[in-house]
Write a protein that binds this ligand. Sequence first.
Ligand code: LMR
Length: 340
Amino acid sequence: KCRLFWQLCQATTNQIQTQTQTQTRQFRVAVIGAAGGIGQPLALLLMTNKLVTELALHDLEATKGFGKDLSHISTVCKVKPYFGEDGMKKAIKGSHIVMITAGMPRKPGQTRDFLFDTNGPIVARAACLVSHYAPKALVGIITNPVNAVVVVAAEAMKQAGSYDPKRLFGVTTLDVVRAEKFIGEHMDVHPYEIRIPVVGGHAGTTIVPIFSQCQPRFKGDKKCIASIVKRIQTGGDEVVRAKAGKGSATLSMAYAAARFTNALMRGLKGKSCAPECAYVESDVTDAPFFSTPLTFGRKGIKKNHGLPKMNESEKKQVKVAVEALKQSAAKGVEYMNKMR
Ligand code: LMR
């Protein structure tokens, strides 16, 4: 009897252990450019997300010290530091999600586009490695200029032999985060309660917040909307100026990227999540890549919700954005054609 009881206990314990292991075996997320200004806080935020059980950190310089530091945080997440050229392959291999933040930030007076020549090749290399070593991974690109380097990544993946437009994203969440914050402040509403689609791209007038679809309904006249739109469109410049030569947004960008990664992971798990906007290959407008609200699933984009209902002024702003985004996309394609 005693032995039977012991065997039963043993079986139950094994079952619980197996269940716990299955529940905790979640996602490996690679952060490329992990030692940088965005990479470090992004890694910290991901470390505290229960859906991340392995964090692969890559940078050109050693990530060992900062990886060790993170690894003492009492969550189930394992930290795997990698560095150097060869390390990038290892970081990417086996990852479910690859967040690319490697590259240079801009300085006061520079546009995001100014960074293209420096950051384009970095993104192309990382995208090529994803194509080879983690073709099913979802890829989020934070590196600027997002409007053009996401196209570079797509072309690099095509050339490398594996590209799935449903799995490649330019992270534009910071524009939404800024919109929620500035509108929340204006209306004296908690930013968590604000919902507003921000479509287009991630630079200046390509950033188009759709105020007519703001929830709760936006309270303010046309002048007020125009001034908040301007602030959202130039939010990045505001930070660059305030940092006075010491880089661009890092903490708010890391917050936004962590929120976006969480939405991707919920999709991978088949869980529901409010749509998030991201800059993806799209036939919603004449621009080959365009940010609209998306729902994520097990294979990346599950549904592109397209353009929301817009008023005449918003339609005009989208038209301007589309023209600029067509040029950014052409720049990305041209660069990668030269690389062949
Ligand atoms: C931002 O929007 O803050 C980032 O894209 C960084 C930048 O250069 O503005």
